[in-house]
Design a protein around this ligand. Structure first.
Ligand code: DC
Length: 235
């Protein structure tokens, strides 16, 4: 009888980790498009869990209930007008995923080790040919620790706060720069120092500082990293 192998470890993965606001989302989308690879926005998974927790009125401290919810999560990604759209229970939830209460709940559920464990398989199922670009915090250290290509994208807190400030202003939201700066600093510290899957570069990651680089330059550096690690010449 022919054995069908479900081993996907030979499929190349590029992990892009780093703190909030370092440009991971934009860089990952551009790089995935250029390579023709799939894209995993792992932050959207934590946000979708957070949204479901809020919608179902589950207590943020009830780890067992949240783990149960992860097992039944009806989550899908579909190509939409503005890139990839997240579907929860078949409905697009992109706008709600970015809401302040969802962001705050996402960072709480993401700190629960049992929740992180429950989401491992779901994330690993995105590893499909010809390759995957995985964006998050622990893609290179935990979820795809065997990935051949790993980048850690960072930028100074000031630059990241400036970028976020500009984004929010463009959306017509009223924000205070100092408040944003302090919130970002606080979240960075929590992410770096948390016991499970802290936001740190993998030992074999290339660290790219985007503080004084434009998006095109970062994308080119990341593509160069992939070529080098996969032993491919520039075409
Ligand atoms: O990248 P983001 O802002 O969409 O992430 C939402 C939250 O999920 C944020 O608090 C960090 C957390 N997260 C995580 O802990 N691990 C990941 N791989 C991705 C996101």
């Amino acid at each position: 009888m022919t054995q069908i192998s479900h081993d996907n470890s030979s499929i190349p993965v590029l992990t892009i980790d780093g703190p909030s606001g370092a440009g991971k989302g934009a860089v990952s989308a551009r790089v995935a498009e250029s390579l023709g690879w799939h894209l995993l926005d792992s932050g959207a998974i934590y946000r979708a869990v957070a949204l479901a927790v809020l919608d179902e009125g589950i207590d943020a401290g009830d780890g067992a209930a949240i783990v149960g919810l992860c097992a039944d999560l009806d989550l899908d990604f579909a190509a939409g007008e503005d890139g990839i759209s997240v579907l929860l229970g078949g409905q697009p939830v992109d706008r709600r995923l970015r809401a302040e209460d969802v962001s705050a709940m996402a960072s709480r559920v993401a700190a629960l080790p049992a929740v992180r464990q429950a989401l491992l398989d779901l994330q690993r199922r995105f590893r499909r040919g010809p390759g995957l670009v995985a964006d998050g915090r622990d893609m290179g250290t935990v979820v795809f620790a065997d990935a051949p290509c790993k980048v850690f994208l960072q930028a100074s807190v000031e630059e990241r706060a400036k970028r976020r400030y500009k984004q929010l202003k463009q959306k017509g939201e009223s924000v205070k720069f100092l408040r944003l700066f302090r919130d970002l600093e606080e979240r960075d510290r929590r992410d770096r120092e948390r016991a499970v899957s802290p936001t740190v570069p993998a030992d074999d990651a290339e660290v790219i500082d985007s503080t004084s680089l434009g998006l095109d330059e970062v994308v080119e550096r990341v593509l160069e990293h992939v070529r080098q690690r996969l032993g491919r010449e520039k075409s």
